[in-house]
Design a protein around this ligand. Structure first.
Ligand code: PEP
Ligand code: MN
Length: 340
């Protein structure tokens, strides 16, 4: 952190300020005295020092952070990739391509069991499905709720696929005890109370990027979970809102290499919510693999035309077979190219 001091600050004020930084935050403060201004360079862990607090001090003219405000998420302090391993053996972030697939919403026992079997046969490692749905309209289908969770567990029993499903409230954490990966949706990426509570669990958390959030804000949300003691965080890029209307969101593919450079956490891509169009899912899935994603989350429905949510972006099981075949083939070629 670099702090430019106010030229009118007195020696006593500066000494007091430097002392506070050193004593309270344990950083080393280097001072450069120039003709026009004095600059402080802080060395050490500055993640606890708020820029707002620094700017508000009378002795300060301006402040610039040169180190990222996140620590546990930061690759600088954890150079190796984080690999998340489930008790059932599935791994995310180990260099393999992990596919999570299933309907937007769990709708019935027949539907979820059928889709689960089909995505498993195509090579998916996880079954996704929403039981509690965050919908833009209060009149839209809100999910089967607890019954949906039971149906997911039933499908897991039948197929052996671990389940991923979205949580929306802190007081549902107990209800999600037997869920394998808890998803935090885009709309809750900055629900800090929820993130803090999930930080106290030992469940893998799939943290989707918010609709209008920067990469840094996304990583800070992951930091909330990790700061609570839970280091099993998987990031999911699902498109961000831009002025473009041709797609539901704009898939930020460059976020993948950026996040992988800044952080050690695995990153997966959801081309379904990113595009909103089933016709774009194949190409964006391939693009995500080529951009270095650790996995994909893809919506698959037995009958997309009659889906209770997100039918337009859902693949049929037959189309998913084809997409999965292509992405695994591309992943093989990608690994060969990258390792050659
Ligand atoms: C979902 O995965 O069903 C979902 C609601 O996604 P998002 O939070 O990315 O909109
Ligand atoms: Mn959906």
């Amino acid at each position: 952190m670099i702090i430019v001091l106010n030229p009118h600050a007195t020696k006593e004020q500066v000494a007091l300020f430097k002392n506070t930084l050193e004593e309270k935050y344990g950083v080393t403060v280097n001072t450069w005295v120039g003709v026009e201004s004095t600059v402080l360079g802080l060395i050490g862990d500055t993640t606890q020092i708020g820029e707002d607090w620094v700017s508000a001090q009378e002795v300060v003219e301006s402040v610039k952070r040169v180190q990222e405000p996140y620590k546990k998420v930061n690759r600088k302090f954890h150079p190796d990739n984080t690999v998340i391993e489930l008790p059932t053996g599935q791994k995310i972030g180990d260099g393999s391509l992990c596919i999570m697939a299933g309907p937007c919403s769990v709708e019935s026992e027949e539907q979820i069991n059928y889709v689960a079997q089909r995505v498993k046969d195509a090579g998916a490692a996880f079954l996704r499905g929403g039981a509690f749905k965050p919908r833009t309209s209060p009149y839209s289908f809100q999910g089967l709720k607890a019954e949906g969770l039971d149906l997911l567990k039933g499908a897991r029993k039948v197929t052996g696929l671990p389940i991923v499903t979205e949580i929306m409230r802190v007081n549902h954490i107990d209800m999600f005890e037997s869920v394998d990966i808890i998803q935090v949706g885009a709309r809750n990426m900055q629900n800090f109370e929820l993130l803090k509570e999930l930080g106290k669990t030992d469940k893998p958390i799939l943290l989707k990027r918010g609709l209008a959030n920067t990469i840094e804000e996304w990583l800070m949300s992951a930091e909330y979970i990790m700061a609570g003691g839970n280091d099993k965080v998987i990031l999911c890029e699902r498109g961000i809102r831009t002025y473009e209307t041709a797609t539901r969101n704009t898939l930020d593919l460059s976020a993948i290499p950026i996040v992988k450079k800044r952080s050690h956490l695995p990153v997966i891509v959801d081309p379904s919510h990113a595009t909103g169009k089933s016709s774009l899912v194949e190409q964006m899935s391939l693009a995500a693999v080529a951009a270095g994603a650790d996995g994909l989350m893809i919506e698959v429905h037995n009958d997309p035309k009659h889906a209770l949510s997100d039918g337009a972006q859902s693949l049929t099981p037959d189309k998913f077979d084809e997409v999965a075949r292509k992405v695994f083939a591309l992943k093989k070629a990608y690994d060969e190219i990258m390792n050659s």
